[in-house]
Design a binder for this molecule. Structure first.
Ligand code: PPS
Length: 571
Protein backbone atom coordinates (compact mmCIF):
# COMPACT_ATOMS: atom_id res chain seq x y z
CA UNK A 1 0.00 0.00 0.00
CA UNK A 2 2.91 2.32 0.61
CA UNK A 3 4.38 4.69 -1.94
CA UNK A 4 7.12 7.12 -1.13
CA UNK A 5 5.97 10.65 -0.36
CA UNK A 6 8.27 13.61 -0.91
CA UNK A 7 6.23 16.62 0.13
CA UNK A 8 9.09 19.06 -0.37
CA UNK A 9 9.07 18.49 -4.13
CA UNK A 10 5.79 19.60 -5.69
CA UNK A 11 3.51 16.63 -6.13
CA UNK A 12 6.43 14.24 -6.20
CA UNK A 13 5.68 10.85 -4.73
CA UNK A 14 2.01 11.59 -4.26
CA UNK A 15 -0.25 8.79 -5.33
CA UNK A 16 -2.15 9.40 -8.58
CA UNK A 17 -4.75 6.78 -9.34
CA UNK A 18 -6.03 8.23 -12.62
CA UNK A 19 -5.19 5.97 -15.55
CA UNK A 20 -4.31 7.21 -19.05
CA UNK A 21 -6.75 7.18 -22.01
CA UNK A 22 -5.63 3.83 -23.37
CA UNK A 23 -5.98 2.04 -20.07
CA UNK A 24 -9.30 3.82 -19.49
CA UNK A 25 -10.66 2.39 -22.75
CA UNK A 26 -9.60 -1.13 -21.72
CA UNK A 27 -11.17 -0.72 -18.27
CA UNK A 28 -14.38 0.62 -19.75
CA UNK A 29 -14.76 -2.53 -21.86
CA UNK A 30 -13.88 -4.69 -18.88
CA UNK A 31 -16.51 -2.97 -16.74
CA UNK A 32 -19.30 -4.30 -19.00
CA UNK A 33 -18.69 -7.77 -17.58
CA UNK A 34 -18.26 -6.78 -13.95
CA UNK A 35 -20.63 -6.36 -11.06
CA UNK A 36 -20.94 -2.81 -9.76
CA UNK A 37 -20.69 -1.00 -6.44
CA UNK A 38 -22.46 2.35 -6.23
CA UNK A 39 -20.76 4.86 -3.96
CA UNK A 40 -22.61 6.98 -1.43
CA UNK A 41 -21.70 10.60 -0.59
CA UNK A 42 -19.06 9.60 1.96
CA UNK A 43 -17.43 7.08 -0.33
CA UNK A 44 -17.37 9.60 -3.19
CA UNK A 45 -15.32 11.89 -0.98
CA UNK A 46 -12.95 9.07 -0.07
CA UNK A 47 -12.37 7.99 -3.65
CA UNK A 48 -11.63 11.55 -4.68
CA UNK A 49 -8.99 11.96 -1.96
CA UNK A 50 -7.52 8.55 -2.78
CA UNK A 51 -7.35 9.40 -6.49
CA UNK A 52 -5.70 12.79 -6.18
CA UNK A 53 -3.13 11.61 -3.66
CA UNK A 54 -4.53 13.63 -0.77
CA UNK A 55 -4.72 10.31 1.09
CA UNK A 56 -1.18 9.28 0.00
CA UNK A 57 0.27 6.76 0.55
CA UNK A 58 -3.07 4.91 0.33
CA UNK A 59 -3.68 3.65 -3.19
CA UNK A 60 -7.04 2.00 -2.73
CA UNK A 61 -9.65 1.20 -0.13
CA UNK A 62 -7.89 -0.50 2.78
CA UNK A 63 -7.41 -4.24 2.93
CA UNK A 64 -8.16 -6.11 6.12
CA UNK A 65 -4.60 -6.31 7.49
CA UNK A 66 -4.15 -2.53 7.11
CA UNK A 67 -7.60 -1.88 8.59
CA UNK A 68 -6.90 -4.02 11.66
CA UNK A 69 -3.48 -2.51 12.08
CA UNK A 70 -4.96 1.02 11.89
CA UNK A 71 -7.51 0.13 14.58
CA UNK A 72 -4.90 -1.46 16.87
CA UNK A 73 -1.87 0.79 16.52
CA UNK A 74 -2.72 3.66 14.14
CA UNK A 75 -0.35 2.37 11.50
CA UNK A 76 -0.67 0.58 8.22
CA UNK A 77 0.74 -2.92 8.21
CA UNK A 78 4.11 -1.67 7.02
CA UNK A 79 4.42 0.76 9.92
CA UNK A 80 3.30 3.97 8.14
CA UNK A 81 1.32 6.17 10.53
CA UNK A 82 -2.37 6.22 9.59
CA UNK A 83 -5.10 7.06 12.10
CA UNK A 84 -8.48 6.16 10.57
CA UNK A 85 -9.98 3.51 8.30
CA UNK A 86 -10.58 4.44 4.67
CA UNK A 87 -12.73 1.49 3.73
CA UNK A 88 -15.48 0.70 1.28
CA UNK A 89 -18.61 -0.55 3.05
CA UNK A 90 -21.05 -2.81 1.18
CA UNK A 91 -24.18 -4.75 2.09
CA UNK A 92 -24.14 -8.43 3.02
CA UNK A 93 -25.97 -9.17 -0.25
CA UNK A 94 -23.29 -7.45 -2.31
CA UNK A 95 -20.57 -9.16 -0.27
CA UNK A 96 -22.00 -12.55 -1.24
CA UNK A 97 -21.71 -11.65 -4.92
CA UNK A 98 -18.05 -10.61 -4.83
CA UNK A 99 -14.93 -12.70 -4.28
CA UNK A 100 -11.35 -11.68 -3.66
CA UNK A 101 -9.35 -11.82 -6.89
CA UNK A 102 -12.27 -10.38 -8.86
CA UNK A 103 -12.56 -6.85 -10.18
CA UNK A 104 -15.64 -4.67 -9.66
CA UNK A 105 -16.87 -1.51 -11.34
CA UNK A 106 -17.15 1.47 -9.00
CA UNK A 107 -19.93 3.87 -10.00
CA UNK A 108 -21.43 7.13 -8.80
CA UNK A 109 -25.14 7.25 -7.85
CA UNK A 110 -26.09 8.08 -11.49
CA UNK A 111 -24.33 4.92 -12.69
CA UNK A 112 -21.35 6.81 -14.15
CA UNK A 113 -18.22 4.60 -14.16
CA UNK A 114 -15.55 6.04 -11.87
CA UNK A 115 -13.07 3.23 -11.28
CA UNK A 116 -12.25 -0.43 -11.31
CA UNK A 117 -11.37 -2.01 -8.00
CA UNK A 118 -9.22 -5.13 -7.86
CA UNK A 119 -10.65 -6.87 -4.85
CA UNK A 120 -8.19 -8.33 -2.37
CA UNK A 121 -10.34 -8.76 0.73
CA UNK A 122 -13.92 -8.86 1.94
CA UNK A 123 -14.66 -9.05 5.65
CA UNK A 124 -17.53 -8.43 8.07
CA UNK A 125 -17.35 -5.18 10.03
CA UNK A 126 -17.14 -5.33 13.79
CA UNK A 127 -18.74 -1.90 14.25
CA UNK A 128 -18.44 -1.84 18.03
CA UNK A 129 -14.72 -2.55 17.83
CA UNK A 130 -14.17 0.02 15.08
CA UNK A 131 -16.08 2.77 16.87
CA UNK A 132 -14.36 2.10 20.21
CA UNK A 133 -10.87 1.98 18.69
CA UNK A 134 -11.10 4.93 16.33
CA UNK A 135 -13.67 7.25 17.91
CA UNK A 136 -13.27 6.22 21.54
CA UNK A 137 -17.05 5.91 21.88
CA UNK A 138 -20.08 3.95 20.74
CA UNK A 139 -22.48 6.74 21.70
CA UNK A 140 -25.00 7.31 18.92
CA UNK A 141 -24.80 11.07 19.51
CA UNK A 142 -21.48 10.90 17.70
CA UNK A 143 -22.19 11.49 14.00
CA UNK A 144 -19.67 8.94 12.76
CA UNK A 145 -20.91 6.29 15.24
CA UNK A 146 -24.37 6.86 13.82
CA UNK A 147 -23.06 6.71 10.30
CA UNK A 148 -21.27 3.46 11.07
CA UNK A 149 -24.20 1.80 12.82
CA UNK A 150 -27.07 3.09 10.72
CA UNK A 151 -25.71 3.86 7.28
CA UNK A 152 -22.56 1.86 6.69
CA UNK A 153 -22.81 -1.57 5.03
CA UNK A 154 -22.03 -4.68 7.04
CA UNK A 155 -18.91 -5.75 5.09
CA UNK A 156 -15.81 -3.95 3.89
CA UNK A 157 -14.25 -4.65 0.55
CA UNK A 158 -10.61 -3.67 0.08
CA UNK A 159 -8.25 -3.47 -2.88
CA UNK A 160 -6.33 -1.28 -5.30
CA UNK A 161 -8.10 1.17 -7.57
CA UNK A 162 -7.63 2.20 -11.15
CA UNK A 163 -9.59 5.41 -11.60
CA UNK A 164 -11.10 6.57 -14.89
CA UNK A 165 -12.76 9.71 -13.64
CA UNK A 166 -12.96 11.82 -10.50
CA UNK A 167 -16.44 12.37 -9.03
CA UNK A 168 -18.05 15.19 -10.98
CA UNK A 169 -18.33 18.67 -9.49
CA UNK A 170 -19.98 21.60 -11.19
CA UNK A 171 -19.39 24.19 -8.49
CA UNK A 172 -16.30 26.20 -7.52
CA UNK A 173 -14.19 24.32 -10.07
CA UNK A 174 -11.32 26.82 -9.85
CA UNK A 175 -11.07 26.14 -6.09
CA UNK A 176 -10.93 22.35 -6.39
CA UNK A 177 -7.24 21.83 -7.06
CA UNK A 178 -5.54 18.51 -6.34
CA UNK A 179 -2.62 18.40 -3.86
CA UNK A 180 -0.27 18.20 -6.81
CA UNK A 181 -1.79 21.32 -8.41
CA UNK A 182 -1.65 23.18 -5.11
CA UNK A 183 2.01 22.29 -4.62
CA UNK A 184 2.86 23.50 -8.13
CA UNK A 185 1.08 26.74 -7.39
CA UNK A 186 3.24 27.31 -4.29
CA UNK A 187 6.29 26.85 -6.45
CA UNK A 188 4.97 29.29 -9.03
CA UNK A 189 4.18 31.84 -6.32
CA UNK A 190 7.57 31.32 -4.73
CA UNK A 191 6.10 30.11 -1.46
CA UNK A 192 8.66 28.23 0.66
CA UNK A 193 6.65 27.34 3.74
CA UNK A 194 2.92 26.99 4.08
CA UNK A 195 0.74 26.68 7.14
CA UNK A 196 -2.57 24.89 6.69
CA UNK A 197 -5.87 25.85 8.27
CA UNK A 198 -8.62 23.24 7.92
CA UNK A 199 -12.08 24.22 8.99
CA UNK A 200 -15.79 23.51 8.68
CA UNK A 201 -16.82 26.96 9.92
CA UNK A 202 -16.71 30.35 8.20
CA UNK A 203 -13.64 32.40 9.08
CA UNK A 204 -14.74 34.74 11.85
CA UNK A 205 -12.44 37.16 13.65
CA UNK A 206 -10.91 34.66 16.15
CA UNK A 207 -10.07 32.26 13.32
CA UNK A 208 -8.67 35.16 11.31
CA UNK A 209 -6.46 36.26 14.22
CA UNK A 210 -5.36 32.69 14.80
CA UNK A 211 -4.29 32.22 11.19
CA UNK A 212 -2.39 35.54 11.20
CA UNK A 213 -0.57 34.59 14.40
CA UNK A 214 0.27 31.18 12.92
CA UNK A 215 1.63 32.75 9.71
CA UNK A 216 3.80 35.07 11.79
CA UNK A 217 5.04 32.29 14.05
CA UNK A 218 5.92 29.96 11.17
CA UNK A 219 7.01 32.75 8.81
CA UNK A 220 4.77 31.05 6.30
CA UNK A 221 2.01 31.60 3.79
CA UNK A 222 -1.46 30.30 4.50
CA UNK A 223 -3.50 27.56 2.84
CA UNK A 224 -7.15 27.71 3.85
CA UNK A 225 -8.45 24.20 3.27
CA UNK A 226 -12.13 24.18 4.17
CA UNK A 227 -13.87 20.83 4.40
CA UNK A 228 -16.58 20.77 1.74
CA UNK A 229 -17.31 17.05 1.73
CA UNK A 230 -19.54 16.04 4.60
CA UNK A 231 -19.34 17.69 7.99
CA UNK A 232 -21.81 18.07 10.87
CA UNK A 233 -25.45 18.10 9.74
CA UNK A 234 -26.16 21.54 11.20
CA UNK A 235 -23.05 23.22 9.80
CA UNK A 236 -23.62 26.03 7.32
CA UNK A 237 -23.81 24.61 3.80
CA UNK A 238 -20.48 24.84 2.00
CA UNK A 239 -21.73 27.20 -0.76
CA UNK A 240 -22.38 29.80 1.92
CA UNK A 241 -19.11 29.03 3.66
CA UNK A 242 -17.08 29.36 0.47
CA UNK A 243 -18.66 32.77 -0.18
CA UNK A 244 -17.71 33.70 3.40
CA UNK A 245 -14.09 32.55 2.86
CA UNK A 246 -13.91 34.63 -0.28
CA UNK A 247 -15.04 37.66 1.72
CA UNK A 248 -12.61 36.95 4.58
CA UNK A 249 -9.71 36.56 2.12
CA UNK A 250 -9.81 40.30 1.44
CA UNK A 251 -8.67 40.94 5.00
CA UNK A 252 -5.39 39.05 4.58
CA UNK A 253 -2.34 40.87 3.24
CA UNK A 254 -2.47 40.52 -0.56
CA UNK A 255 -0.77 37.47 -2.05
CA UNK A 256 -0.27 35.70 1.25
CA UNK A 257 -3.15 33.28 1.26
CA UNK A 258 -4.66 30.57 -0.91
CA UNK A 259 -8.13 29.05 -0.69
CA UNK A 260 -8.63 25.47 -1.83
CA UNK A 261 -11.52 23.11 -1.15
CA UNK A 262 -11.07 19.78 0.59
CA UNK A 263 -13.67 17.16 -0.35
CA UNK A 264 -13.27 15.26 2.91
CA UNK A 265 -15.98 13.28 4.60
CA UNK A 266 -15.15 14.33 8.15
CA UNK A 267 -15.28 11.55 10.75
CA UNK A 268 -15.19 14.11 13.58
CA UNK A 269 -12.88 11.70 15.38
CA UNK A 270 -11.08 14.23 17.61
CA UNK A 271 -7.42 13.24 18.12
CA UNK A 272 -7.30 10.65 15.33
CA UNK A 273 -9.05 13.05 12.97
CA UNK A 274 -6.53 15.76 13.90
CA UNK A 275 -3.76 13.42 12.83
CA UNK A 276 -5.54 12.64 9.57
CA UNK A 277 -5.84 16.38 8.90
CA UNK A 278 -2.11 16.74 9.49
CA UNK A 279 -1.37 14.01 6.93
CA UNK A 280 -3.74 15.66 4.45
CA UNK A 281 -2.06 19.03 5.04
CA UNK A 282 1.34 17.45 4.45
CA UNK A 283 0.09 15.99 1.19
CA UNK A 284 -1.12 19.46 0.20
CA UNK A 285 2.50 20.54 0.58
CA UNK A 286 2.19 22.25 3.97
CA UNK A 287 4.79 22.17 6.73
CA UNK A 288 2.48 23.25 9.58
CA UNK A 289 -1.09 22.59 10.66
CA UNK A 290 -3.12 24.87 12.90
CA UNK A 291 -4.89 22.86 15.59
CA UNK A 292 -7.28 25.16 17.36
CA UNK A 293 -9.71 24.83 20.23
CA UNK A 294 -12.13 21.89 19.80
CA UNK A 295 -10.57 20.71 16.55
CA UNK A 296 -12.69 17.93 14.95
CA UNK A 297 -14.89 17.68 18.01
CA UNK A 298 -18.56 16.88 17.33
CA UNK A 299 -19.69 18.42 20.63
CA UNK A 300 -21.18 16.65 23.62
CA UNK A 301 -22.21 13.03 24.12
CA UNK A 302 -25.52 11.75 25.45
CA UNK A 303 -24.33 12.40 29.02
CA UNK A 304 -23.53 16.01 28.21
CA UNK A 305 -19.75 15.48 28.26
CA UNK A 306 -17.50 16.72 25.46
CA UNK A 307 -16.46 13.85 23.18
CA UNK A 308 -12.84 15.03 23.02
CA UNK A 309 -10.50 17.32 24.90
CA UNK A 310 -8.73 19.92 22.77
CA UNK A 311 -5.50 19.17 24.58
CA UNK A 312 -5.59 15.49 23.56
CA UNK A 313 -6.01 16.32 19.87
CA UNK A 314 -3.00 18.63 19.98
CA UNK A 315 -0.99 16.03 21.89
CA UNK A 316 -1.83 13.34 19.37
CA UNK A 317 -0.72 15.39 16.37
CA UNK A 318 2.39 16.63 18.18
CA UNK A 319 3.34 13.08 19.19
CA UNK A 320 3.42 11.91 15.58
CA UNK A 321 4.55 15.15 13.99
CA UNK A 322 8.09 13.99 13.28
CA UNK A 323 6.92 10.73 11.74
CA UNK A 324 4.57 12.48 9.37
CA UNK A 325 6.87 15.44 8.80
CA UNK A 326 4.48 18.13 9.95
CA UNK A 327 4.59 20.56 12.81
CA UNK A 328 1.61 21.64 14.88
CA UNK A 329 0.70 25.20 15.73
CA UNK A 330 -1.70 24.82 18.60
CA UNK A 331 -4.09 27.43 19.93
CA UNK A 332 -6.25 27.59 23.01
CA UNK A 333 -9.55 29.39 22.72
CA UNK A 334 -9.09 32.98 21.53
CA UNK A 335 -10.98 35.60 23.48
CA UNK A 336 -11.73 39.23 22.73
CA UNK A 337 -10.52 42.03 25.04
CA UNK A 338 -12.98 44.90 24.51
CA UNK A 339 -10.78 47.55 26.10
CA UNK A 340 -7.70 46.65 24.07
CA UNK A 341 -9.86 45.77 21.03
CA UNK A 342 -7.78 42.68 20.33
CA UNK A 343 -7.78 38.89 20.55
CA UNK A 344 -5.58 36.81 22.83
CA UNK A 345 -5.55 33.17 23.85
CA UNK A 346 -7.13 32.60 27.23
CA UNK A 347 -3.84 31.76 28.92
CA UNK A 348 -2.41 35.15 27.84
CA UNK A 349 -5.08 37.11 29.67
CA UNK A 350 -4.27 38.36 33.17
CA UNK A 351 -6.79 37.62 35.89
CA UNK A 352 -9.56 40.16 36.29
CA UNK A 353 -9.37 41.43 32.70
CA UNK A 354 -12.76 41.53 31.02
CA UNK A 355 -13.05 39.21 28.00
CA UNK A 356 -15.73 38.20 25.54
CA UNK A 357 -15.94 35.17 23.31
CA UNK A 358 -18.32 33.75 20.78
CA UNK A 359 -17.64 30.36 19.23
CA UNK A 360 -18.46 29.58 15.61
CA UNK A 361 -21.20 27.26 16.91
CA UNK A 362 -22.70 30.12 18.90
CA UNK A 363 -22.63 32.40 15.84
CA UNK A 364 -24.44 29.70 13.90
CA UNK A 365 -27.03 29.33 16.66
CA UNK A 366 -27.62 33.07 16.85
CA UNK A 367 -27.96 33.31 13.08
CA UNK A 368 -30.63 30.64 13.04
CA UNK A 369 -32.52 32.41 15.81
CA UNK A 370 -32.28 35.73 13.98
CA UNK A 371 -30.22 37.31 16.78
CA UNK A 372 -27.60 39.96 16.16
CA UNK A 373 -23.93 39.06 15.86
CA UNK A 374 -21.53 41.57 17.42
CA UNK A 375 -18.98 43.28 15.19
CA UNK A 376 -16.05 42.09 17.26
CA UNK A 377 -17.02 38.47 16.55
CA UNK A 378 -16.93 38.43 12.77
CA UNK A 379 -16.68 40.47 9.56
CA UNK A 380 -19.73 42.40 8.29
CA UNK A 381 -19.39 40.84 4.82
CA UNK A 382 -19.44 37.38 6.39
CA UNK A 383 -22.61 38.24 8.30
CA UNK A 384 -24.21 39.45 5.04
CA UNK A 385 -23.42 36.17 3.29
CA UNK A 386 -24.68 34.08 6.20
CA UNK A 387 -27.87 36.12 6.53
CA UNK A 388 -28.56 35.76 2.82
CA UNK A 389 -28.52 31.98 3.14
CA UNK A 390 -29.90 31.74 6.67
CA UNK A 391 -32.46 34.50 7.12
CA UNK A 392 -34.19 35.25 10.41
CA UNK A 393 -36.97 32.82 11.45
CA UNK A 394 -39.58 35.24 10.10
CA UNK A 395 -38.20 34.75 6.59
CA UNK A 396 -37.29 31.08 6.95
CA UNK A 397 -39.37 28.09 5.98
CA UNK A 398 -40.32 25.62 8.69
CA UNK A 399 -41.85 22.22 9.30
CA UNK A 400 -44.37 21.42 11.98
CA UNK A 401 -44.02 17.70 12.62
CA UNK A 402 -46.93 16.27 14.59
CA UNK A 403 -46.19 12.76 15.84
CA UNK A 404 -48.28 10.46 18.02
CA UNK A 405 -50.58 7.48 18.10
CA UNK A 406 -53.40 6.89 15.67
CA UNK A 407 -56.42 8.80 16.94
CA UNK A 408 -54.32 11.15 19.09
CA UNK A 409 -55.63 14.15 17.18
CA UNK A 410 -52.73 14.87 14.80
CA UNK A 411 -54.75 15.19 11.60
CA UNK A 412 -57.38 17.49 13.04
CA UNK A 413 -54.82 19.81 14.61
CA UNK A 414 -52.89 19.76 11.33
CA UNK A 415 -56.00 20.83 9.45
CA UNK A 416 -56.67 23.71 11.86
CA UNK A 417 -53.05 24.85 11.59
CA UNK A 418 -53.17 24.58 7.80
CA UNK A 419 -56.23 26.84 7.67
CA UNK A 420 -54.68 29.35 10.05
CA UNK A 421 -51.41 29.51 8.13
CA UNK A 422 -53.36 30.12 4.92
CA UNK A 423 -55.24 32.86 6.72
CA UNK A 424 -51.93 34.51 7.76
CA UNK A 425 -50.88 34.08 4.14
CA UNK A 426 -47.18 34.93 4.41
CA UNK A 427 -45.76 31.70 3.00
CA UNK A 428 -47.00 28.79 0.88
CA UNK A 429 -48.34 25.98 3.07
CA UNK A 430 -48.44 22.23 2.41
CA UNK A 431 -50.30 19.66 4.47
CA UNK A 432 -48.64 16.22 4.58
CA UNK A 433 -51.12 14.26 6.64
CA UNK A 434 -50.36 10.56 7.34
CA UNK A 435 -53.32 9.28 5.36
CA UNK A 436 -52.82 11.67 2.43
CA UNK A 437 -49.16 10.70 2.13
CA UNK A 438 -49.99 7.02 2.30
CA UNK A 439 -52.45 7.51 -0.57
CA UNK A 440 -50.29 9.69 -2.85
CA UNK A 441 -46.66 8.95 -2.01
CA UNK A 442 -46.52 5.62 -0.22
CA UNK A 443 -49.43 3.48 -1.33
CA UNK A 444 -47.18 0.47 -1.98
CA UNK A 445 -45.85 0.46 1.60
CA UNK A 446 -46.94 -1.71 4.52
CA UNK A 447 -46.64 -0.94 8.23
CA UNK A 448 -43.45 -2.95 8.85
CA UNK A 449 -40.62 -1.05 10.58
CA UNK A 450 -38.72 -0.85 7.31
CA UNK A 451 -41.72 0.52 5.38
CA UNK A 452 -42.73 2.96 8.11
CA UNK A 453 -39.17 4.33 8.01
CA UNK A 454 -39.33 4.70 4.24
CA UNK A 455 -42.71 6.44 4.51
CA UNK A 456 -41.50 8.86 7.19
CA UNK A 457 -38.26 9.57 5.28
CA UNK A 458 -40.31 10.44 2.19
CA UNK A 459 -42.34 12.87 4.24
CA UNK A 460 -39.09 14.28 5.63
CA UNK A 461 -37.66 14.72 2.15
CA UNK A 462 -40.70 16.59 0.84
CA UNK A 463 -40.87 18.70 4.01
CA UNK A 464 -37.18 19.57 3.76
CA UNK A 465 -37.62 20.71 0.13
CA UNK A 466 -40.59 22.85 1.17
CA UNK A 467 -38.65 24.27 4.13
CA UNK A 468 -35.62 24.96 1.92
CA UNK A 469 -37.83 26.97 -0.41
CA UNK A 470 -39.13 28.96 2.55
CA UNK A 471 -42.58 27.42 2.74
CA UNK A 472 -44.42 25.77 5.61
CA UNK A 473 -44.85 21.99 5.77
CA UNK A 474 -47.33 20.55 8.24
CA UNK A 475 -46.76 16.82 8.68
CA UNK A 476 -48.91 14.44 10.69
CA UNK A 477 -47.64 10.86 10.50
CA UNK A 478 -47.41 8.47 13.45
CA UNK A 479 -43.62 8.34 12.87
CA UNK A 480 -43.04 5.86 15.68
CA UNK A 481 -39.22 5.62 15.58
CA UNK A 482 -36.98 8.14 17.34
CA UNK A 483 -33.96 7.67 15.08
CA UNK A 484 -35.92 8.31 11.90
CA UNK A 485 -37.47 11.44 13.44
CA UNK A 486 -33.98 12.59 14.42
CA UNK A 487 -32.70 12.02 10.91
CA UNK A 488 -35.52 14.10 9.47
CA UNK A 489 -34.96 16.85 11.99
CA UNK A 490 -31.34 17.13 10.90
CA UNK A 491 -32.15 17.28 7.21
CA UNK A 492 -34.80 19.97 7.78
CA UNK A 493 -32.88 22.03 10.32
CA UNK A 494 -30.17 22.44 7.69
CA UNK A 495 -32.67 24.64 5.82
CA UNK A 496 -35.04 26.15 8.38
CA UNK A 497 -37.14 25.43 11.43
CA UNK A 498 -38.26 22.03 12.69
CA UNK A 499 -40.93 22.02 15.33
CA UNK A 500 -41.64 18.56 16.67
CA UNK A 501 -44.98 18.35 18.42
CA UNK A 502 -45.70 15.16 20.31
CA UNK A 503 -49.46 14.69 20.43
CA UNK A 504 -49.30 12.70 23.63
CA UNK A 505 -52.95 11.75 24.04
CA UNK A 506 -52.90 8.47 26.05
CA UNK A 507 -53.76 5.28 24.24
CA UNK A 508 -56.85 4.74 26.41
CA UNK A 509 -58.30 8.01 25.06
CA UNK A 510 -57.29 7.14 21.46
CA UNK A 511 -58.99 3.77 21.84
CA UNK A 512 -62.09 5.41 23.25
CA UNK A 513 -62.29 7.73 20.21
CA UNK A 514 -61.47 4.98 17.67
CA UNK A 515 -63.12 6.89 14.82
CA UNK A 516 -61.85 4.49 12.18
CA UNK A 517 -62.55 1.37 14.26
CA UNK A 518 -58.86 0.43 13.90
CA UNK A 519 -58.21 -0.20 17.60
CA UNK A 520 -61.19 -2.55 17.80
CA UNK A 521 -59.87 -4.47 14.80
CA UNK A 522 -56.32 -4.52 16.19
CA UNK A 523 -57.58 -5.77 19.57
CA UNK A 524 -59.56 -8.48 17.80
CA UNK A 525 -56.38 -9.49 15.97
CA UNK A 526 -57.80 -8.47 12.59
CA UNK A 527 -54.95 -5.96 12.05
CA UNK A 528 -51.45 -7.06 13.00
CA UNK A 529 -48.67 -4.69 14.08
CA UNK A 530 -50.91 -1.79 15.06
CA UNK A 531 -49.00 1.06 16.75
CA UNK A 532 -49.55 1.09 20.49
CA UNK A 533 -51.34 -2.26 20.48
CA UNK A 534 -48.76 -4.74 19.20
CA UNK A 535 -46.24 -2.40 17.57
CA UNK A 536 -43.93 0.12 19.28
CA UNK A 537 -44.19 3.89 19.55
CA UNK A 538 -41.00 5.50 20.86
CA UNK A 539 -42.01 8.57 22.84
CA UNK A 540 -40.12 11.75 21.78
CA UNK A 541 -37.75 12.73 24.57
CA UNK A 542 -37.32 16.42 23.81
CA UNK A 543 -39.98 17.63 21.40
CA UNK A 544 -40.49 21.37 21.07
CA UNK A 545 -44.05 20.86 22.35
CA UNK A 546 -46.07 18.08 23.94
CA UNK A 547 -49.83 18.32 23.78
CA UNK A 548 -52.33 15.89 25.28
CA UNK A 549 -55.65 16.51 23.52
CA UNK A 550 -57.76 14.84 26.21
CA UNK A 551 -60.32 17.44 27.21
CA UNK A 552 -59.07 20.21 24.88
CA UNK A 553 -60.37 21.22 21.48
CA UNK A 554 -58.28 21.08 18.27
CA UNK A 555 -58.43 24.90 18.18
CA UNK A 556 -56.87 25.11 21.64
CA UNK A 557 -54.12 22.66 20.65
CA UNK A 558 -53.41 24.63 17.47
CA UNK A 559 -53.35 27.83 19.49
CA UNK A 560 -50.54 26.41 21.65
CA UNK A 561 -48.50 25.69 18.53
CA UNK A 562 -49.16 29.15 17.09
CA UNK A 563 -48.02 30.76 20.33
CA UNK A 564 -44.83 28.74 20.22
CA UNK A 565 -44.21 29.82 16.60
CA UNK A 566 -44.75 33.43 17.63
CA UNK A 567 -42.32 33.15 20.55
CA UNK A 568 -39.64 31.69 18.27
CA UNK A 569 -40.16 34.47 15.73
CA UNK A 570 -41.48 32.28 12.88
CA UNK A 571 -44.78 34.14 12.60
S1 PPS B 1 -46.28 5.59 9.99
O1 PPS B 1 -45.99 4.61 11.06
O2 PPS B 1 -45.84 6.93 10.36
O3 PPS B 1 -45.74 5.16 8.69
O4 PPS B 1 -47.87 5.63 9.89
P1 PPS B 1 -48.78 6.64 9.03
O5 PPS B 1 -48.26 6.74 7.64
O6 PPS B 1 -48.93 7.90 9.78
O7 PPS B 1 -50.15 5.90 8.93
C1 PPS B 1 -50.96 5.85 10.00
C2 PPS B 1 -52.41 5.65 9.59
O8 PPS B 1 -52.57 4.38 8.97
C3 PPS B 1 -53.60 3.64 9.59
N1 PPS B 1 -53.04 2.30 9.90
C4 PPS B 1 -52.15 2.00 10.86
N2 PPS B 1 -51.57 2.73 11.84
C5 PPS B 1 -50.70 2.10 12.66
N3 PPS B 1 -50.37 0.81 12.58
C6 PPS B 1 -50.93 0.03 11.63
N4 PPS B 1 -50.60 -1.25 11.53
C7 PPS B 1 -51.86 0.62 10.71
N5 PPS B 1 -52.57 0.16 9.67
C8 PPS B 1 -53.27 1.20 9.19
C9 PPS B 1 -54.03 4.39 10.82
O9 PPS B 1 -55.39 4.69 10.65
C10 PPS B 1 -53.23 5.67 10.84
O10 PPS B 1 -54.01 6.82 10.73
P2 PPS B 1 -54.08 8.01 11.81
O11 PPS B 1 -54.46 9.22 10.99
O12 PPS B 1 -52.72 8.17 12.44
O13 PPS B 1 -55.13 7.62 12.76
Amino acid sequence: MLQEVLPDKPGNGLVNLLVDHERAAVLKDLSLHLSSITLNDHQLCDIELLTTGAFSPLDGFMVRTDYESVLDRMQLQDGTVWPLPVCLGISAKQARQIESGQSVAIRDPEGFLLAIMHVEDIWPIDKQAEASATLGTTDLQHPWVRHLFEREGSYYVGGKLEVLSLPLHFDFKQLRRSPREVSFLYKKLGWKRVVCFQTRHPIHKPQFEMTLKAMQEAKANLLILPIVGLTMPDDFDYYTRVRCYQEALRYYPPGTTLLNLLPLSARMAGPREGLLHAILARNYGCAHLIVGHNHANPGIDSKGISFYESRKTREMVTKWSEEIDMSVIGFDELVYLPFEDEYRTRDEVAEGIQTQSMSADEIRRRTRLGRSIPEWATFPEVVTQIRKAYPSPRQQGFTIFLTGLSGAGKSTIAKVLYAQMLEIGERPVTLLDGDIVRRHLSNELSFSKEHRDINVRRIGFVASEITKNRGIAICAPIAPYANTRKEIRESIEAHGGFIEVHISTPIAECEKRDRKGMYAKAKAGLIKGFTGVDDPYEIPETPELRIDTTGISPDEAAQEILLFLGRRGYI
